[in-house]
Each structure stands twice: as C-alpha cells, then as structure tokens.
Design a protein around this ligand. Structure first.
Ligand code: G
Ligand code: G
Ligand code: NA
Ligand code: MN
Length: 254
C-alpha cells in the first residue's frame, strides 16, 4: 500500500493520536499545551509527523486530518471543563495553510465547536507566516470571523518565514511563538540573542503574548524570562506526551 492509501485508511479508522506538550510560565504554572499529531500505524508503530505530514499536505489529506485534530482537541477541552485545575488550560492546534485556505474553514471550525461544546476561548490556532505571503485579505477575513467566535491565534515559528511585518497589525493575533531556531542560539550567538530581544520587544509593544518553543536548558529559560518572555515550551518541561501522562504530570505539579 502507498503511504497515501494508508493515510486514507488511517483517517477512516481513527489511527491518529494527539500528544500534549506543556506551556509553562516563569512561576512554573502550566497554562496550556500544544497538541501534536502522531500516527499509531498498524504495523510500523508510532509515527512522527515528519514521516507523513508532507504526504498529507501534498495529497490534501491534511484537510480531513486537520479537522480530526481540531475535533479531538475540542473534545479534550470539553472533558477538562468540569475539572478544578485542568479547566484553565488552553490547547494550541497547528493549522496548515492548505486547511486554512479552504472556503469552508470557518464554518468547519464553528461546527466542531458546536459538536463538542468546547469553550472557544481555550482554543488557540497556530498559524504560520506563509498565510501572510499571499491572499492576505482572505486571511484577515477568516481570522476576524474566528476571533469573533472567541478563538485565539498564535503566529508559529515567528521570524523564520517570509511574512510582511506590515500585515501583523491587521490580524487579530494574540500570541507570537519564538521559533526554536532562535532559542537554540541563546548563549551561542549574540546576534541571534539581539534578534530574540527585538522580537520580544515588538510583541510587548503590540500587546501580544509571547511563547518561546524548544526551551531545553535553564540558561535559555533565564535569558528568555530576563528579556520579558514569560511562557516557555520545550523538552526541559516535558516532551509531547499522551494525554494520560500529561494529566498525571499536571496533578503531580509538573
Ligand atoms: O513534535 P513534532 O515532531 O510533532 O512536530 C513536527 C512538525 O509537525 C511540526 O512542524 C508541527 O507543526 C507539525 N505538526 C504536528 N502536529 C500537527 C498537526 O496536528 N497539524 C499540522 N498541520 N501540523 C502538525
Ligand atoms: O509546530 P512546530 O513546528 O513549532 O512544532 C514544534 C516541534 O518542536 C515539534 O516537532 C516538537 O516535538 C518539537 N519540540 C518541542 N520541544 C522541543 C525542544 O525542546 N527541543 C527540540 N529540538 N524540539 C522540540
Ligand atoms: Na506549532
Ligand atoms: Mn514552531
């Protein structure tokens, strides 16, 4: 079977799982998680996105797959809603540009919210700068419609794409994610450190929340906090993990 055929089957028979990676404040409080897809393949074991995302993008299967991710994340939010501490968590979902560009994207998201009953204010959609390369008007209209439902937005991998800063102010953005490429240069490359400071400063001036990803060391965390980035995500706080392990870590205080 080709990977494409196998992916069709995977979507039809629910072979995907979400792993959760925590996002932690300078006060060690977990405020949310990013959900990352994995494929529980019937013979090859647990596959990482690297092994199937490109094929999913090229074949358009990223669209039903992305919808599955969104629905699974919203179902989880609704399961957490009555819980004394878990109800505070936000979930960040990666949205592919191809998925976002579909005419019915806003409609589909709205339907998922209705089906699951999830609180839209706990849902964060991670977009990439590629959405600012073309069809900017479409991006603005859709983001405003979704923001109107109460959904929040994060610009993923900030500074690594080709986006135009002039469009930044026209989007209803809530958050910027400092890419791990920058974070991994902390302590190694003074010029990159200055770029990070500039990104954080810009985010603060625009009143955007800032999250750093790929944080692996205390040195990186200290630098980020010192320069005003108070939320971090990365292996030093935990790998992306199945929901049960994530919940256990939450209950044991990280
Ligand atoms: O942990 P990790 O190897 O999961 O992720 C690798 C890449 O796959 C990242 O760039 C991430 O954005 C992407 N990815 C992970 N999960 C999803 C998903 O649910 N949807 C989309 N579109 N991309 C994802
Ligand atoms: O969506 P995005 O491309 O930002 O996906 C995040 C990717 O970074 C995922 O593949 C995730 O597994 C990975 N990741 C998360 N934390 C760390 C980290 O501390 N170090 C490294 N190298 N990768 C990380
Ligand atoms: Na992401
Ligand atoms: Mn990223």
């Amino acid at each position: 079977a080709t990977l494409e055929n196998e992916l069709h089957a995977a979507i039809a028979s629910d072979q995907f799982v979400l792993h959760y990676q925590s996002q932690v404040t300078a006060d060690d409080e977990v405020v949310g998680a990013e959900v990352l897809i994995r494929w529980q393949h019937p013979t090859r074991g647990l596959l990482q996105p690297m092994e199937f995302i490109d094929v999913a993008e090229d074949t358009g299967l990223i669209i039903p797959m992305g919808l599955w991710v969104l629905e699974a994340a919203c179902r989880q939010l609704q399961l957490w809603a009555p819980h004394p501490s878990l109800h505070r968590l936000t979930l960040a979902v990666n949205v592919s540009a191809r998925q976002f560009r579909k005419d019915d994207f806003v409609d589909q998201v709205q339907k998922v919210l209705v089906r699951t009953g999830a609180n839209p204010s706990k849902l964060k959609l991670e977009l990439t700068e590629s959405l600012l390369q073309d069809k900017v008007a479409d991006t603005i209209v859709k983001m405003n419609a979704l923001a109107g439902l109460g959904i929040r937005f994060s610009m993923d991998d900030f500074g690594t794409g080709y986006s135009s800063l002039s469009y930044m102010t026209q989007l209803p953005l809530d958050q910027i994610k400092v890419d791990k490429f920058f974070v991994h240069s902390i302590g190694l490359n003074p010029k990159v450190e200055l770029i990070i400071q500039t990104i954080i400063g810009m985010a603060r001036n625009l009143d955007l929340e800032i999250v750093a990803e790929g944080v692996e060391t205390q040195g990186q965390r200290s630098f980020l906090e010192k320069h005003g980035c108070r939320i971090c995500q990365g292996y030093m706080f935990g790998r992306p993990q199945p929901v049960a392990a994530f919940e256990r870590a939450m209950k044991s205080g990280l």
